[in-house]
Design a protein around this ligand. Structure first.
Ligand code: HEM
Length: 262
């Protein structure tokens, strides 16, 4: 006859198994923690990759408010679009400065080519505005206190562009006068005269800036409404009036009036 099982034999085995399992879990946890610590230490002490140190990604990616600082999750998007815009405007102004020097050195075709790059930069910042149409007014209202009285009007890139444009225009005019050509002649001459190519490049740039203003106004109206007021107290309808502004107004008129323009 089989010996009757002691009633506490099974629980004892189960206890041992549970103890072993707990031990294994503790061991695994300790191992994982040690691994994570080692990884973090290695990361902290590892030399930055060449990419990270050349692109300065650590600094760049620390320039946005942290997750805990955000007043609304859309604030990250808002900051990201503005910061990226400043980078592209910095690049645009750099190109415009170089184009101005090239015109002063009579390298007109080279200047036109460089100005095309500046126009591309403005194109990028206009396209970036699209994503802000997907930010609701609620998000904007929530993040607005973080901006205080700050406004896009104070954008260093925008101010730089407004300062660089008259210098560019002056260089173009000085070159045109040195070649003894009127604006009508510049736009009226047949073929691709360098001065005409350059004038067209100036118009392209002006046109891109104008498109940015138009798209920006759409975003503003979509967010604040047509009767809204900006952080600097500028009513949205006053912003609409700026749409008429041109960097090189006389070029638009001259081109349209030129007798033989292509
Ligand atoms: C939801 C998004 C945006 C809203 C609601 C908004 C609102 C406004 C308002 C109301 C103004 C008039 C001035 C004021 O009182 O502040 C303004 C001007 C301006 N904003 Fe924005 N803005 C937005 C996005 C942007 C972005 C992404 C940029 C890029 C840097 C920007 C740059 C500017 C500039 C440069 C001006 C002056 C415009 C000019 O002189 O024609 N804004 N904005």
């Amino acid at each position: 006859m089989p010996e009757p099982r002691s009633p506490d034999r099974k629980p004892a085995a189960a206890q041992a198994a549970a103890q072993a399992a707990a031990q294994a879990t503790a061991q695994a946890t300790a191992q994982a923690t040690a691994q994570a610590t080692a990884q973090a230490t290695a990361q902290a002490t590892a030399p930055r990759s060449e990419y990270a140190s050349y692109m300065r990604t650590d600094e760049l990616l620390a320039l946005q408010r942290s997750d805990t600082q955000l007043l609304h999750r859309d604030e990250r998007l808002f900051q990201c679009v503005h910061q990226a815009t400043e980078l592209w405007l910095k690049q645009a102004n750099f190109e415009i400065g170089h184009a101005t020097s090239l015109i002063e050195a009579s390298q007109l075709v080279g200047a036109a080519r460089i100005l095309a790059r500046a126009s591309d930069c403005i194109d990028f910042i206009t396209r970036q505005l699209d994503i802000l149409t997907r930010m609701g007014p609620v998000g904007y209202r929530a993040l607005r206190p973080a901006l205080g009285q700050g406004s896009g009007v104070q954008s260093p890139g925008w101010q730089g562009l407004r300062a660089a444009a008259p210098r560019l225009h002056a260089a173009f005019t000085a070159r045109r006068q040195a070649e003894r050509m009127s604006l009508a002649e510049v736009f009226g001459c047949a073929g691709d005269a360098p001065l005409q190519l350059l004038a067209e490049a100036l118009l392209d740039l002006d046109g891109k800036v104008s498109l940015w203003r138009t798209r920006h106004l759409q975003v503003v109206v979509r967010t604040l409404g047509g009767q809204g007021v900006g952080t600097r107290g500028m009513p949205v309808h006053a912003l609409a009036q700026l749409l008429e502004q041109r960097l090189f107004g006389e070029l638009w008129e001259a081109r349209a009036a030129a007798p033989g323009s292509a």
